[in-house]
Design a protein. Sequence first.
Length: 445
Amino acid sequence: MSDPTTAREAIALVADDFTEFSFTEGPLAGDGPLGWPGYSAAHARASARTGETESVVCGTGEIGGVRAVLISFEFGFLGGSLGERTGARAAAAHARARARRLPVVVLTATGGSRMHEGMRALLQLQLLAGESARTRAAGLPQIAVLRDPTTGGGWATLGAGSDVVLALPGAQVGFAGSRVRPPDADPAAYAAEAQLAHGHIDAIVTPDALRGTLGRWLSLLTRPAEGPASPPRGLGDPDTPPAASGREAVARARHPERPRAAAYLDAHFSVRAEISGDRAGGVDPGMRCGFGRLPDGRTVAYAAQCGTSTRPAGFRTAARLVRLADRLGIPVLTLIDTPGAANDPDAERAGAGPAIADLFAAVSTARVPVTSLLIGEGGSGGALALAAPDNLWATPDSYFSVIAPEAAASILKRPPEESAATADQLRLRPGDLLDLGVVRGIVEN
């Protein structure tokens, strides 16, 4: 067990000043809706053993200076299973969060729906999914911490349905519980580490770091900056004159020692927290997405390309970031730096076109202001998908082109040695982009 704590110990691990919500359901009537033989007695034994009256404990607590509603599962109570009373308590907690405008933190440890209550228990998944959706629509952040185990409907609703999903090391995480998997199933596929590798959770956090991590996330997600983000200053040499030609602009943008996204993020934000994965089975390390704190203590969301060809998972992760920021009212900064979208067979099979289309839609329909800075290569649609319409800026050591000069020469049936001249014809230098009305300005180094 990577997380041996009870529901209350899990709360104490992360929160101060916990105030529990009171629920007065009364004793369990008979053997439940199915008349399951012995259910009432099992329920009573679970209560006596754990000191709880149901499988969740709900209330408010302070995490990192932010008041939040907490929903913590007690695995010792019938395996943390979801029954009608469990659902009612969690639903009431969400309703109180919306009424008080508080974020929701879920500390899951559950085996799934309570079979003693049959379909009445399974219906709680619809209830909880609906509550989570209403809280999301209200613009309130939800963070899940996956304890061991988190399986079945608890994972598929309050867990996976949260905006940010963290997990304890080695936690068992999966829709299928340990006793209902194929007999030859690899146990590693149902671990938090596998879920992270495939883009379904954002980070694995050790228990000793959990309080600080949750505090950082809550402070970032609840303190949005006002107005559009300002484009960062360029990090190149301020004494370098503008590129004299298209070929020189391309060479500068491709220089291995040019400042990349990591340097810009470190220079621009004092504190950061990153999401990971597209929630569809993919992770692209060349796209960094998250939330950062400005010097005034306010938050800006960011999506930053790292100079590699962007994969479908990267576009989907960026779209996820933009939509999350939009729901929470947090302005967005994008950093553009890619030779283009990945064009290998795997990228096509993973849906490069639909992923790019989804990011275009997310950026173009965002209600929060989006600011974009071209910090290196701007390769065709794979770069443009991350660009804010009418609020794109450029650094002096960048270029943006309808297509890479080499590819343009190939399409035009020119020999490779003519790609440099083709770069000049494409008018891709920062100054050209400004003259063409593509960028609003060139930031100073």
